[in-house]
Design a protein around this ligand. Structure first.
Ligand SMILES: CC(C)(COP(=O)(O)OP(=O)(O)OC[C@H]1O[C@@H](n2cnc3c(N)ncnc32)[C@H](O)[C@@H]1OP(=O)(O)O)[C@@H](O)C(=O)NCCC(=O)NCCS
Length: 149
């Protein structure tokens, strides 16, 4: 059974490991994870199965807007709707804060993440050419947003 619980700074080390195992690039260092978890403008959730973290999402909240800072599910636990549950949890919490818009940025070749964002009602609202490196080539960044009603 999957449970979704708020992130706490004590989780920084296992979450840094999970992040490193989940991304082939843009891996956050332990220091970056600790730095984010100790800011009072960030909030996040971890998905656990058998007390092991399977994925997490980290968001930054401002007065009017929220941003998804990072978000991942371990490769062995994908396609089980864990990412969707984490994103739904973040959206619900952001709505509860009375924030109306959520932003995020994703690599254009990240078809799994793009499909998930579209499924949950995010719309493309910008593109930055050649933002991510892929070996010797570059990939665009796509900016998504969702208006929370
Ligand atoms: C993106 C990511 C978090 C999705 O997590 P997940 O738990 O595997 O996704 P879910 O099982 O919740 O998928 C929910 C929906 O997203 C879409 N989706 C997810 N993975 C997909 C894939 N590989 N191909 C196509 N659609 C996909 C589908 O619409 C899916 O719904 P469905 O299963 O009913 O068709 C995961 O692939 C991941 O960690 N990727 C590496 C890190 C990353 O890219 N993070 C996002 C950076 S912006």
């Amino acid at each position: 059974m999957i449970t979704i619980e708020p992130i706490t700074p004590i989780m920084a080390e296992p979450l840094a490991k999970l992040h490193a195992e989940s991304f082939t690039d843009t891996v956050w260092t332990l220091e970056q994870i600790i730095g984010s978890l100790t800011l009072n403008t960030t909030c996040g959730w971890v998905a656990y199965a058998n007390k092991q973290p399977m994925g997490f999402i980290l968001c930054q909240l401002a007065d009017e807007q929220a941003e998804i800072l990072t978000f991942c599910v371990h490769p062995q636990n994908r396609r089980q709707h864990i990412g969707e549950q984490l994103l739904q949890q973040a959206i619900a919490a952001i709505r509860a804060e009375n924030i109306k818009t959520i932003f995020l940025e994703v690599a254009a070749d990240n078809s799994a993440a793009c499909a998930l964002y579209k499924k949950l009602g995010f719309k493309v609202n910008g593109r930055r050419k050649g933002y991510y490196r892929r070996g010797t080539s570059m990939v665009d960044a796509i900016y998504y947003s969702k208006i929370i009603i």
